[in-house]
Design a protein around this ligand. Structure first.
Ligand SMILES: [Zn+2]
Length: 185
């Protein structure tokens, strides 16, 4: 059973490798390179591109909630999220505060191939960014959204989920990621 699951998972990953040659994976130095802030115009172009790729990735895999510029080889401070059937663009985002309390969640990352791991992160954050209309926003997020934004923002600092894994939790992703729940610490 487990062997079949692994074969299925690897086969799906091979489809992703073929369909998205622009994706960068752990070991690529760009994923370890802190990004540079962008001018609005460039931010819009990168954000739009990331959004299109994320939607195509979701069509193939049925999962994927965020994509950051370094993951397609661009060392610029832009990421996108997909939530409630909507793409949102975050240009030059900055986490300005985080809660002391943290929680756990098993995180996937398309740059980590078929592996996932528990990552401990603050429960809530306040983040500033420039949105897809060029308007500066700041907002407090908690729960799943706080988790997603922290994962994407870490990419802009050259940090991937497996770099922040709780020791001993890196595994091949064999169960349904859509069933994962945030757990209290
Ligand atoms: Zn990621």
């Amino acid at each position: 059973m487990i062997t079949e699951n692994i074969i299925e998972r690897v086969t799906k990953f091979q489809e992703v490798l073929k369909a998205f040659p622009e994706f960068k994976y752990l070991g690529d130095p760009i994923l370890r390179t802190p990004t540079q802030p962008v001018e609005l115009e460039e931010g819009f172009i990168i954000g739009k591109k990331l959004g299109e790729i994320l939607i195509n990735y979701r069509k193939l895999t049925g999962i994927g909630r965020g994509l950051a510029a370094p993951q397609i080889g661009i060392a610029r401070s832009v990421f996108t999220t997909y939530l409630d059937d909507k793409i949102q663009i975050y240009i030059n985002p900055k986490i300005v505060s985080s809660s002391n309390k943290s929680n756990l969640y098993r995180e996937l990352c398309l740059s980590s191939g078929i592996m996932w791991a528990d990552v401990e992160r603050p429960v809530s954050i306040k983040i500033e960014w420039i949105n897809e209309l060029g308007v500066k926003e700041d907002k407090v997020f908690d729960s799943f959204m706080a988790r997603l934004l922290q994962h994407e923002e870490a990419h802009l600092r050259g940090i991937c989920n497996l770099d922040q894994a709780v020791a001993g939790t890196i595994e091949i992703q064999l169960s349904d990621p859509l069933q994962e729940k945030i757990r209290e610490k």
